[in-house]
Design a protein around this ligand. Structure first.
Ligand SMILES: [Zn+2]
Length: 219
């Protein structure tokens, strides 16, 4: 992982922990403004920056074009199906859970040297996330604004083709095109396991039922 990613990770973590004083490497004001705006949007506060003069904010070095963060869920499976040329990075190889806060993916993709990081982001739907995952940054990191600000700050592109697309439409396309995916909220990595009881399983079952197609949660 590149030095810059570790620096960004450290700053982001301090802000998510709502540290009053956030230690940062030497950086330009416009770079500081990125984090000020971030703290405001994500946690609603203004941190005080303490600059570590021994350390300078590094640059990302891009030696790869584009990648896709893949979880096996509906959105990323659909992107992998539609853009098979994109190298897949398994989210589980880098994060402990399959729904990490999106900003982590932006940092990780750039830190692995990818100019363009693609992920299967959907707009926040208000459900199915666990409290302990501390998803404070979730909504802002899912916005086009975050991606635009991130690009100015890091020079890396962070994008989801599905930001503005309705989930039902994605189901329809995935099922029609025979894409293998798993959205079960209780799934621990086995793409064929559907608990049948969680919100996601129920949602998909209802969709299949309403559209008169085979219930894929029973595969
Ligand atoms: Zn389930």
């Amino acid at each position: 992982m590149q030095k810059r990613a570790i620096q960004d990770w450290r700053i982001r973590k301090q802000i998510l922990d709502e540290q009053k004083v956030v230690i940062i490497p030497k950086m330009w004001d416009c770079e500081k403004n990125f984090w000020l705006n971030y703290a405001e949007k994500v946690c609603g506060y203004k941190p005080i920056f303490s600059v570590n003069k021994e350390e300078k904010l590094d640059h990302y070095k891009f030696h790869n074009n584009a990648c896709l963060f893949y979880s096996g869920g509906l959105e990323s499976a659909l992107i992998a199906h539609q853009q098979p040329e994109l190298p897949k990075i398994n989210i589980k190889d880098h994060f402990e859970w399959t729904n990490p806060i999106e900003g982590s993916l932006a940092i990780c993709g750039a830190g692995l040297g990818y100019k363009v990081t693609t992920y299967g982001g959907e707009l926040y739907d208000g459900g199915n996330f666990k409290e302990e995952e501390k998803l404070v940054g979730w909504e802002y990191e899912l916005t086009v604004e975050f991606a635009r600000e991130w690009e100015k700050y890091s020079d890396a592109i962070f994008q989801s083709p599905f930001w503005l697309i309705e989930k039902n439409y994605l189901f329809k396309v995935a099922i029609r095109e025979g894409v293998t995916f798993n959205s079960c909220g209780s799934n621990k990595g086995d793409l064929s396991y559907w608990c049948g009881k969680c919100d996601k399983c129920k949602q998909i079952r209802q969709y299949c039922y309403a559209n008169n197609i085979k219930d894929i949660t029973k595969l």
